[in-house]
Each structure stands twice: as structure tokens, then as C-alpha cells.
Design a protein around this ligand. Structure first.
Ligand code: RIB
Ligand code: CA
Length: 321
């Protein structure tokens, strides 16, 4: 039985992303939820692969969704200070290996993604726009550095990144999005806007098992077939590494949280970012048990109702072409 759609005004969101197969599923979930989400724009960032390819992938996903009202803006092509680190070993050379999606007919907007974030927040009432971050936090940090006055305009920053009890995935202590641009993450963590973190502790409990992957294929639409091809490509790295019954499906958790926050639970704690040590660069130092006197600055999620998550994905994605 599809979830009843609340009779409320759609939540305004900006999605910052480095597609990536899991980012693609997150974008599709958002674009399949027009009654609950008004996607003001999609901003690409260097991460899983280079900016140009991530931007092209975002355009391909928008076209796959059939949502020709959606605008895509290219953001920063490198981290604030660090040498770029990418993840072709997970996502393939294209960053979206798996399906053979056609080259996009639609084009990027002329406005830089960071300018789009700044201008959109400047022109909006306070407490109205949620920033959904699915990749390194470079664009959001650069927007905050260039225009600190936008921070009070942000309703919430919901980001996939970090880890506590699950450690890291690109190093023993760091998750990829934070590792790529730890300075950006540090700026975001101290910007004063409400922050919700969806870390590996959550996404490692949201495994795309064979049955769940099959449910995407069983939808019988182009979107389901493409997602099945994407995830059966990208899962091979995680299955080999973790030997689990499925690969974590990271980024759609951010959109699922905006749609159904009660699917998650966590604690309001202090989270700091390691930017000095090379050994633990990008570690999210999460004071989950409150053993320091550092001020809490983020809601750090730890649990997800993963059956609800995959039911939502199957229901919503089935409505796309
Ligand atoms: O560590 C997982 C995160 O890194 C996801 O956002 C994935 O897309 C990659 O960007
Ligand atoms: Ca991502």
C-alpha cells in the first residue's frame, strides 16, 4: 500500500552531489517525490569522479527521471586545500558505470553552483531551504565562506558523511566525502545552521541485498532497470571488501531522512573534523557518549529502519518513467 502523501507544502531543497551510482538513486528518489520535495536545483561537486563527469552524470539522471523542470549547476572542481581524491575504483571511469545512459540533451546552467546556492538562500525567507549534501562539502563550505550571512537562512544541512562506530571507508578512520575535503567539512560543522549527519553507522545497516536489487528490476520501468544495472556494478567493490549480503546504499538515506525523519534515530552531539593529522585526516570525531565538554553541533544518526527505506525506494521509484 503506497505511503499516504501528506497534504503539506513541498519542502524546498538544494541537492549537492557527485554522481556516483548511489547519488543517482538519491536524485531519482527526490525527483520521484514532487508532492513532498521542491528541488530548487542540483549542484555538482568533484568527488567520486571529476567535476565535468559528475555534472554530465547529474544531467543524465535528470533526463532519465523525465523531470525537465530541474536545473543542474556545476560547482567546485577541487577541494578547498587538498589534492583531489576520486573513486573510479568503486564507481567506474564514468562515475556511473552499469547502464548505458544516453548523452544528455539538456545543458548545465551558466551560473556557478556556489553562486546558485548563495543567491537562492539570499532570496529566500529564513528557515525554508534544506541543503542535501551527497558528496564532499566543498560547494557548501565555499558558499558559507563567501557569504556567511546565508547561514541563518539555512533550515537544515543534511549530509551523508563520516562514521563513528563503523570507522571509515577510504581510510580506517575517515569516510570518503569528509576525507576528500576535511576543511570544507570543518567549515560546515561550525557554520551555526542545524546539521543532521547520516554516517556509515546508518548506511552500513541499509544494505542493497539481492532481493532488494531485484525489486528495482521488478518495477518494470527504465528507472528500475537502470538502477539495477548501476548498483550491480558498484556493489562489487563493497561485497569484496565487506563480504556482506549486500552493499550499503549511502546517499538515498539523505533524501529518505527529509521525506521520513522517523525512519532514523540518533543523538544531538558534538562532531569535530580532523584536519591536522595525516593519519586520521577527515575523521569525524563524534562525541557520541558526551565524554567531552564540547558543545553539541549536529544530530548524528545511528539507526535506520532499513525495511521502510527500501519500501519507500521501491514505491517512489516505480512512479518514474
Ligand atoms: O562514503 C560514501 C560516500 O562517498 C557516498 O556519497 C558515495 O557516493 C561517495 O561519494
Ligand atoms: Ca556521493
Amino acid at each position: 500500500m503506497p505511503e499516504a502523501k501528506p497534504e503539506t507544502t513541498p519542502q524546498k531543497i538544494i541537492i549537492d552531489t557527485d554522481p556516483g551510482q548511489d547519488d543517482a538513486v538519491a536524485l531519482l528518489l527526490a525527483l520521484a517525490s514532487p508532492q513532498e520535495l521542491e528541488v530548487l536545483g542540483i549542484v555538482s561537486v568533484a568527488g567520486n569522479v571529476g567535476l565535468a563527469q559528475n555534472s554530465k552524470n547529474a544531467l543524465k539522471i535528470v533526463e532519465l527521471s523525465g523531470r525537465d523542470d530541474i536545473r543542474v549547476y556545476a560547482g567546485c572542481d577541487r577541494p578547498i586545500r587538498r589534492t583531489p581524491v576520486t573513486a573510479e575504483h568503486v564507481h567506474g571511469q564514468s562515475g556511473l558505470d552499469g547502464p548505458d545512459l544516453p548523452d544528455p540533451k539538456i545543458s548545465l546552467e551558466d551560473v556557478h553552483g556556489v553562486d546558485f546556492i548563495i543567491q537562492t538562500l539570499e532570496n529566500s525567507p529564513e528557515n525554508e531551504i534544506i541543503l542535501c549534501a551527497l558528496g564532499p562539502l566543498t560547494n557548501i563550505a565555499m558558499a558559507l565562506v563567501r557569504a556567511p550571512h546565508i547561514a541563518p537562512k539555512i533550515k537544515e544541512i543534511v549530509l551523508m558523511g563520516g562514521g563513528c562506530f563503523e570507522g571509515g571507508n577510504i581510510t580506517p578512520t575517515a569516510e570518503f566525502n569528509i576525507y576528500v575535503d576535511p576543511e570544507a567539512a570543518d567549515i560546515v560543522m561550525h557554520c551555526g545552521a542545524p546539521i543532521t549527519i547520516i554516517p556509515l553507522d546508518v548506511t552500513h545497516a541499509a544494505l542493497a541485498t539481492k532481493d532488494r536489487l531485484q525489486s528495482f528490476l521488478n518495477m518494470g520501468n527504465k528507472t528500475g532497470a537502470a538502477i539495477h544495472q548501476m548498483l550491480t556494478f558498484s556493489e562489487r567493490f563493497d561485497l569484496e571488501k565487506y563480504q556482506w549480503r549486500g552493499a550499503p546504499l549511502h546517499d538515498p538515506c539523505v533524501i529518505a531522512y527529509v521525506l521520513a525523519p522517523d525512519m532514523f534515530s540518533g543523538r544531538f552531539i558534538n562532531v569535530e573534523i580532523e584536519v591536522s593529522s595525516e593519519l586520521t585526516r577527515g575523521m569525524t570525531v563524534a562525541d557520541f557518549w558526551g565524554v567531552t565538554d564540547r558543545e553539541p553541533n549536529a544530530t548524528f544518526m545511528r539507526y535506520i529502519d532499513d525495511d521502510h527505506y527500501y519500501t519507500m525506494l521501491a514505491e517512489r521509484l516505480a512512479t518514474l518513467p
